[in-house]
Design a protein around this ligand. Structure first.
Ligand code: C2E
Ligand code: CA
Ligand code: CA
Length: 574
């Protein structure tokens, strides 16, 4: 079976070989060099004995003088053998050179061929050169081997490191062989380091490795395991040759049990456990890096839970939780550093005259990559940080446009997005008043966008706040109109100023007559209710044309302007 085919002790050596910087020279080259040497040698002998003379351009040319050239060619073959094939090449070289001595001696002593004396010296020199090259080669090879070992070995424990583990995984992936990657992290290991010092911490790690190494290399083990330590108190385990989920869990449990036995260092007893998470290739992920991050996700889920010594398999749900947690960290970070910023997307009337801007929240993570609002706004809503995001965007955009309006006396509208959760907060109106005051933005130049679908849930309280907003002279827009379930009577009660037709309707509008009629009806209803209507997400000229025909009042979309950094948006204001 598979277990028999894969040698347990070979993983490490295999990995070593894969990391080798030496490219294998084909074996055929060995025999070709040997053959070339023998041919060169044979020709040399023939030439050195040859009395032949060539006359070239009237000058005499002795064939025997060519022997030096062919002898040198032979020597080059010999040297290449040693350089390319190390020990095997060296031994072959010695044999080839040494066996020539008797025939050379016979040739000198009995045949009186004194030219062969030169051959003896050449042979001796070649042997010396081969020995020097071979010794140097050995030194380099040993050094390379040491470097390779260091590159893939964890210095503290002597087991393979992260790099080695990735090498193995990539190799298995290339062979399409299924395996499980287990990520494990000791629980509360930091407290040992903090209270007993790093030296004791290191001894504990070494002891754990000894125990785990013994499990991984057991000849009669049920699975094929490869243990590695990427660093700290983390370990990665590659498990192969299992049949089912039970085999995987049992394999991991062996490591868990071994770890949980008492560890005694310098007469002190320690009791440790760890969190284990795993993911499988190819079922869960197709690349090593994703597999590790998934196994880590599962491991962290265990670590953060009450029972932190469980074994958990990765699922897509976990990935979502993890991603949301990461987004949450980014939002908290950005709020702490006040680095939430905004873009302004222009809104135009149908004749392309600027109506104003919608302020849209923007955020970067600590590496400077943009995080999409589609990702962070829903998370901010869920964890109750949306009001801080809204306010940050409102404060910053109001300061900018308040100033710009004063300077230019342009009558433009700043639209801000306010989450209904935020709207319902008791101090919402105070916050708005304060920002209006500080920014000296005239209330009539401010518009608050509220998403239709959310308003329906808590209509009475919403209506109360909206009444107050209106009293201040601020405009109200119903965002994403058409995506919720608002009835006409509900819309009638609602003191809005602007209806924003959702992009999804604009996308569909020209695909059929009924879709076009639908948008035309929304616009008519808006007008009957005395509301202005703006279409969002207008990208194409044919959409613009239709919207003109059916009487839409305002346009917001890439066709006339994408969301812009404020300094660029400002240039549009006269
Ligand atoms: P929204 O309020 O419906 O904003 C319009 C979104 O459509 C923006 O996406 C805008 O960039 C995009 N858009 C506008 N014109 C086009 C177009 O022609 N083509 C395409 N493909 N897209 C267009 P963005 O900036 O990603 O914002 C997404 C959503 O995030 C917003 O949808 C809004 O619901 C929310 N959001 C953004 N900023 C804030 C904020 O400060 N507070 C709150 N509560 N929500 C915000
Ligand atoms: Ca909006
Ligand atoms: Ca919208």
């Amino acid at each position: 079976m598979m277990k028999r085919k894969l040698s347990k002790t070979n993983h490490f050596a295999d990995t070593l070989n894969r990391v080798s910087v030496n490219k294998e020279v084909p074996k055929s080259a060995f025999f070709i060099l040997l053959l070339l040497f023998l041919i060169a040698n044979h020709i040399t002998r023939g030439l050195s004995r040859s009395p032949g003379v060539w006359i070239i351009n009237g000058r005499e040319f002795y064939l025997s003088s060519l022997a030096g050239v062919t002898a040198s060619l032979g020597n080059i073959c010999i040297l290449l053998l040693v350089i390319l094939f190390g020990k095997a090449g060296f031994i072959a070289t010695l044999i080839l050179l040494i066996v020539q001595f008797p025939s050379l001696l016979v040739s000198i002593l009995l045949g009186r061929n004194y030219a062969a004396v030169q051959g003896i010296f050449t042979n001796l020199l070649t042997i010396t050169a081969s020995v020097i090259i071979f010794l140097n080669h050995l030194r380099v090879v040993n050094y390379q081997k040491k470097m390779r070992e260091q590159a893939i070995t964890d210095q503290l424990t002597g087991i393979p490191n992260r790099f080695a583990c990735f090498e193995l995984m990539n190799d298995l992936i290339a062979k399409k062989e299924k395996f499980v990657l287990v990520s494990t992290d000791l629980n509360n290991f930091k407290s040992i380091n903090d209270t007993m010092g790093h030296a004791v911490g290191n001894k504990v790690l070494i002891e754990i490795c000894e125990r785990w190494k013994a499990i991984a290399s057991r000849e009669d083990a049920e699975t094929l395991d490869f243990l590695s330590r990427p660093g700290g108190d983390e370990f990665l385990l590659v498990i192969r040759a299992y049949q089912n989920e039970m085999d995987i869990q049992n394999a991991i449990r062996r490591y868990q049990n071994a770890l949980e036995q008492k560890i005694t260092i310098d007469d002190c007893d320690y009791f440790l456990n760890a969190s284990f998470g795993y993911a499988e290739y190819p079922a869960d992920a197709e690349t090593a890096i994703v597999l590790v991050s998934y196994a880590d996700t599962a491991m962290h889920e265990v670590k953060d839970s009450v029972k932190s010594d469980r074994i958990l398999r990765f699922t897509q749900d976990l990935a979502k939780i993890e991603k949301n947690l990461a987004t949450e960290r980014k939002i908290r970070n950005a709020l702490e550093q006040d680095s939430i910023f905004f873009y302004l997307q222009p809104q135009y009337d149908i004749d392309h005259k600027l109506r104003g801007f919608e302020a849209l929240a923007r955020m970067k993570d600590s590496e400077g990559n943009m995080v999409s609002p589609g990702e962070f706004i829903p998370v901010a809503e869920k964890i109750g940080l949306i009001d801080q995001v809204d306010l940050s965007v409102f404060r910053k955009s109001a300061m900018l446009l308040g100033k710009r309006i004063r300077e230019s006396s342009a009558d433009i509208t700043l639209s801000i997005n306010i989450s209904v959760r935020h709207l319902m907060k008791n101090n919402f109106m105070d916050e708005i008043r304060e920002i209006l005051e500080k920014s000296s933005l005239p209330p009539k130049n401010l518009e608050i966008e509220i998403t239709e679908s959310i308003m329906i849930d808590s209509i009475d309280k919403a209506l109360e706040v909206i009444g107050e907003i209106k009293k201040l002279g601020i405009k109200i827009a119903i965002d994403d109109f058409g995506t919720g379930y608002s009835s006409l009577s509900y819309l009638n009660k609602f003191p809005a100023d602007l209806l924003k037709v959702d992009k999804s309707f604009i996308d569909e509008m020209n695909s059929s007559e009924s879709s076009r009629q639908y948008v035309a009806t929304i616009i008519s209803i808006g007008h009957i209710m005395n509301l202005d209507v703006i279409s969002e997400g207008v990208e194409k000229p044919d959409q613009l044309e239709t919207l003109k025909e059916i009487g839409c009042d305002f346009i917001q979309g890439y066709i006339w302007g994408k969301p812009l950094p404020p300094e660029e948006a400002e240039k549009l204001v006269y």
